[in-house]
Design a protein around this ligand. Structure first.
Ligand SMILES: [Ca+2]
Ligand SMILES: [Ca+2]
Ligand SMILES: [Ca+2]
Length: 234
């Protein structure tokens, strides 16, 4: 009788341990990301966030931009980048967010505004990247390139403004999309030409005294955004 009692006690403990360890065995982790636009007067297009392994990156500084990144940097659309992730086991999750919630609610995140969104990552996926076009510019974008997701708690990163190297910075509203360029909503977005001084991703040199844009109104110094990533416990 005594040994039967012991056995049932052990079985009971095992059942409790089994229940207790279930959440830790979950295959995905959840994170909350907050991005704050810390420029004086530059607007972000919809922000693309992605969780991934080392096998994937949105760009390499010093290398030519992909056509998908050219689309985001010149036209503000993350669609081609999202399409490029399809079927990749190295990409865990991707999401698009704006200060209003989704691009449908309002596509822009103005200076001083924050965006908060949730993103998942599979257990073996350690990295996070972020990108959005900077308006009004020809082909500049803000990005985080393969930063580490926190194992617990919150990590804080600063995001830099890059130039995709895919369009000359003529600063003409005719060549810049969005209503931020002197209220011109129909400026040209993506152009497949590569007419920049150098066809490679580099640190954006900001806004200069040429074309239609005033550096007094639009120039910036890096960083352009503060990003916090918090591991959520569910
Ligand atoms: Ca181009
Ligand atoms: Ca450029
Ligand atoms: Ca353009």
């Amino acid at each position: 009788l005594n040994s039967i009692k012991k056995l049932s006690l052990i079985a009971g403990i095992l059942a409790i341990v089994g229940i207790a360890t279930q959440p830790a065995a979950a295959s995905t982790r959840n994170f909350e990301v907050t991005v704050t636009n810390v420029t004086n007067n530059v607007t972000f297009t919809p922000l693309l966030g992605v969780t991934h392994t080392r096998a994937v990156s949105l760009f390499e500084v010093g290398e030519p931009a992909s056509e998908a990144l050219e689309d985001l940097a010149e036209g503000g659309s993350p669609a081609a980048l999202i399409e490029s992730f399809e079927g990749l086991s190295a990409v865990s999750d991707s999401t698009v967010a704006t200060a209003a919630g989704t691009p449908e609610d309002g596509p822009f995140t103005a200076a001083g505004q924050s965006v908060t969104f949730n993103i998942e990552a599979d257990r073996w996926v350690r990295f996070f990247s972020l990108a959005a076009m900077l308006l009004p510019t020809n082909d500049s974008f803000m990005a985080l390139d393969s930063v580490r997701l926190p194992r617990f708690g919150t990590v804080r990163y600063v995001a830099t403004g890059y130039d995709a190297g895919t369009e000359l910075n003529d600063q003409l509203c005719a060549n810049i999309p969005g209503p931020q360029c002197d209220g011109t909503p129909d400026g040209e977005g993506t152009n497949a030409d590569r007419n920049d001084r150098g066809n490679f991703v580099h640190i954006s040199s900001g806004i200069h005294d040429t074309g239609d844009l005033s550096p007094v109104a639009y120039d910036w110094r890096n960083p352009v955004a503060i990003v916090t990533i918090t591991r959520l416990r569910y």
